[in-house]
Design a binder for this molecule. Structure first.
Ligand code: ADP
Ligand code: ASP
Ligand code: MG
Length: 407
């Protein structure tokens, strides 16, 4: 009898009818296996709660934000448990704190420190389906925390690792991981398998089908993740260890991320310690900086540009304006209408000319590149937001990503 952790995302549990159909799917699995179900908030509930908080105040306290956001998942666990009962199954719902999901105290982006999962094990031993609220935990100070947007994926993977589950199934509104967002690129192809490292890059570069931290966790603990459709029975995509053949394909995926904004600090005095002071001010506010570009210096001054998540934009600009005054820089300019497009593939390690081909493709479409960054297996360009979808389609075409063998 296998132990399966299944996670159902927001769109899969968006209304009572969908919850009933998820319950039927869970019931099928529960016939031959021990099942733990992790659920997200219904539909766009979390977005709605964020918007509600902003109507009350432009800068809600992170502790209260977590108190608010954690309510979304609690609604779903109770309703799904009821739907399972209605099918004659024994099931019990649990919040994150109830399953011993211990995190640090970084509200709205907490990291998991430990999970006891004792109540889950007890429920399974008693022949019950355990229904667990994703996305939430408890700090050592007994404060409710959340794990960052998309964090139910992380709850599921972490529970799978702790319980030694045979597989962690992520059920969503697409039937697997595609070579690009299938809602943007019509000829995107479903991948049969994808290596952890590729999936990690794809997730952190904008493929929101899996939260990047969940992939990091899966890789570290060797959890096999199966991304599949809630609405169709077909097998989806296995996220797993790299296989040699995977290197033959140069570009496995193309992603875009419209959730970033660009900030530049102009005419910064070019002397030791300035970058540390600048980024220190950002780090102090727990803002994650992504791409950083510093120009060569002329006459003792230089410009620095970097990107931050769009939600942190206003706080980052405010922090930077203070730093600019303190260090005698000319000022701060910013642009929220940017997008980052990226190509990803483990095969890039052994192929050359990939970046050049990406730049040529964007230039053929008349798209200006504002910033560039590379890693061993990815190249990213910041471009004007309005060209994001055009760029993804052009790159998907140029690298013939849709034509690879259906591995
Ligand atoms: P859930 O609510 O189930 O967590 P998400 O909205 O977080 O679902 O993730 C699923 C969405 O991810 C899809 O609807 C799709 O538009 C988007 N997506 C982006 N890139 C990809 C990709 N490469 N493969 C599959 N889906 C992708
Ligand atoms: N409900 C949370 C969110 O929308 C967590 C999740 O769905 O994974 O981000
Ligand atoms: Mg998600």
């Amino acid at each position: 009898m296998a132990l399966i952790v299944q996670k159902y995302g927001g769109s899969s549990v968006a209304d009572a009818e969908k919850i009933a159909s998820v319950a039927r799917r869970v019931a099928e699995s529960a016939r031959g296996h021990r099942v733990v179900v992790v659920v997200s908030a219904m539909g766009k509930t979390t977005d709605g709660l964020v918007a509600l908080a902003r109507q009350v105040t432009p800068s809600p306290e992170p502790r209260e934000m977590d108190m608010l956001l954690a309510t979304g998942e609690q609604v779903t666990i109770a309703l799904l448990a009821m739907a399972l009962h209605a099918l004659g199954l024994r099931a019990r719902s649990f919040t994150g704190p109830q399953v011993g999901m211990r995190t640090d105290r970084a509200h709205t982006r907490a990291r998991i420190k430990a999970i006891t999962a004792e109540r889950v094990s007890r429920a399974l031993d008693a022949g019950e389906v355990a229904v667990v609220a994703g996305f939430q935990g408890l700090s050592d100070e007994d404060e409710i925390t959340t794990l960052g947007r998309g964090g139910s994926d992380l709850t599921a993977v972490a529970l799978a690792a702790t319980l030694g589950a045979d597989v962690c199934e992520i059920y969503t509104d697409v039937d697997g991981v595609y070579t690009a967002d299938p809602n943007v690129v019509p000829d995107a192809r479903k991948l049969g398998r994808v290596a952890y490292d590729e999936m990690l890059e794809m997730a952190s570069l904008g493929a929101r089908v899996l939260q990047s931290r969940s992939v990091e966790f899966a890789k570290k603990h060797g959890v096999t993740v199966h991304v599949r459709s809630t609405f169709k029975p077909d097998p989806g995509t296995l996220v797993t260890k790299e296989e040699h053949a995977m290197e033959e394909v140069v570009v496995t995926g193309v992603t875009h991320d419209r959730n970033q904004s660009k900030i530049s600090i102009l005419r910064v005095p070019d002397r030791p310690g300035i970058a540390a002071q600048t980024f220190g001010a950002i780090a102090e506010r727990n803002i994650v900086v992504d791409m950083i570009v510093q120009n060569i210096s002329r006459d003792g001054y230089t410009d620095m540009s970097f990107t931050v998540p769009r939600g942190d934009h206003a706080r980052a600009v405010a922090a930077l304006e203070a730093v600019a005054r303190a260090i005698g820089a000319q000022g701060v300019v910013h642009d929220e209408r940017i997008a980052k497009v990226s190509i990803i593939g483990v095969g890039m390690r052994s192929h050359s000319g990939v970046a050049a081909k990406m730049f040529a493709t964007l230039s053929r479409e008349g798209i200006n590149i504002q910033m560039i960054s590379t890693s061993e297996i990815a190249v990213s360009c910041v471009i004007e937001d309005k060209y994001a979808e055009l760029a993804v389609r052009a790159l998907h075409d140029a690298f013939e990503v849709g034509r690879g063998s259906a591995s």
